[in-house]
Write a protein that binds this ligand. Structure first.
Ligand SMILES: Cc1ncc(COP(=O)(O)O)c(C=O)c1O
Length: 393
């Protein structure tokens, strides 16, 4: 097989996606007007497919913090923290993130993807066993695979399936790592963490929870689903990202275990990449302050989530029962979902198309995510356009 022959399947996928009009993987937003609006192909478009849950990307304090950091620390760090030194602001953010989760140790990575890879390759190694939710994000799966550990997937959010895997591990269960997310990003459902924690304790396992989509969204303080479900103290590793509620880019891991400090010495995705630029660290840190100081943002987000969820349900769209800022509309086959997604874009609503194998089951979905920055009127417009896209094919 010639080197480039392997691109044939990608070429054919691209053709299929383009056949619907727009390629959902290549949408260009020519102008960003606000956290919830942009211009796409000259059309004013409501952004209903971002992960900008708290709408902080244009927050004046975050923008000022980023601008000040560029002016005082420059545009980039130009190297990795291990080889080229950390800026004090990286360390300060690590301390504040750890404090926020009520644990002593914290580490910042250059992306959320790197946070998962970097944490997992350090914790796990060949001969270890890891139990991974079947719908876990690619970065969790990739980290497990890169570590060389034995991966056992349990059915999504299925505690009985997890227990079966633990039983089968026998003595190895005592030292295995269970991995779950807080809020799952495609279907918008939450992990049953108290039941998972009970199993973790019963079998003596460790637990890692990825709160990428739940930071700033769930819990009295916005820590995530573990906080909302009252099991914060039973989690061994929290990972998360700066690219969603915090409106920037980067990732973190915090933990009560001192070994997290040693991850710095052995984690290739941490060591062999440049550290986040000062402006990114500064806006993230300010966004974390906003997240803590402004619970009203969460209230608005949830009001919008309920409005979108109930609006879609009352219009007869098939959505999951759980209300969350992620609402996935099930459309069945890909050849129904793709034109539907295209019509929404033409009607000025940008959403995310999820088709197999990227969707968690055999179905195709249109995923919407709401933001605290959406107005009620924008949510109502999204609902109207969904109805229009169904009625006027
Ligand atoms: C659950 C989960 N973990 C990790 C990541 C990776 O984060 P980032 O995109 O910030 O690298 C994502 C991104 O979508 C995610 O959904």
């Amino acid at each position: 097989m010639a080197l480039f022959d392997k691109f044939e399947s990608a070429r054919s996928l691209r053709e299929q996606l383009r056949a619907g009009g727009h390629d959902p993987t290549q949408v260009v937003i020519d102008e960003i007007i606000s956290p919830t609006e942009g211009m796409v192909e000259g059309r004013h478009t409501i952004l209903a497919g971002t992960n900008n849950y708290l709408g902080l990307t244009f927050d004046p304090a975050c923008v000022d913090a980023a601008r000040h950091a560029i002016e005082t620390q420059g545009t980039g760090t130009t190297g990795s923290r291990m080889a080229n030194g950390s800026f004090s602001t990286h360390a300060a953010l690590e301390r504040d993130l750890a404090d926020f989760y009520g644990v002593p140790f914290g580490m910042v990575f250059s992306t959320g993807y790197a946070a998962n890879l970097g944490t997992l390759v350090a914790i796990l190694g060949p001969g270890d066993a890891v139990l991974l939710d079947a719908d876990a994000h690619a970065s969790l799966y990739d980290g497990c695979q890169m570590s060389g550990a034995d991966i056992y997937r349990f059915r999504h959010n299925d505690v009985a399936s997890l227990e079966k895997r633990l039983q089968r591990l026998g003595d190895r269960a005592r030292d295995c790592l269970i991995i779950t997310e807080g809020l799952y990003s495609v279907l918008g459902d939450c992990a049953p963490l108290p039941e998972i924690v009970a199993l973790k304790k019963q079998y003596g396992a460790l637990l890692l929870v990825d709160e990428a989509h739940s930071l700033g969204v769930y819990g009295d303080h916005g820590c995530g689903v573990a906080e909302a479900q009252g099991v914060m103290h039973d989690v061994d590793f929290f990972v998360g990202t700066f690219s969603k509620s915090l409106g920037a880019m980067g990732g973190f891991c915090v933990s009560p275990h001192e070994e997290l400090e040693l991850v710095r010495y052995v984690s290739r995705p941490f060591i062999f990449t440049a550290s986040s630029s000062p402006s990114v660290i500064a806006s993230t840190h300010e966004a974390l302050r906003q997240l803590k100081a402004r619970p009203d943002l969460r209230d608005t987000l949830w009001r919008n989530a309920r409005r979108l969820h109930s609006g879609l349900a009352s219009r007869g769209f098939e959505i999951g029962p759980e209300v969350s800022p992620v609402v996935a509309v099930r459309l069945g086959a890909k050849d129904v979902a793709l034109p539907f997604w295209n019509r929404l874009l033409e009607y000025g609503v940008y959403t995310n198309l999820m088709v197999p194998p990227a969707s968690p089951d055999k179905h195709s979905y249109i995923r919407c995510s709401v933001s605290a920055a959406h107005s009620e009127q924008q949510v109502d417009t999204i609902l109207e356009r969904f109805t229009l896209a169904r009625e006027i094919p």
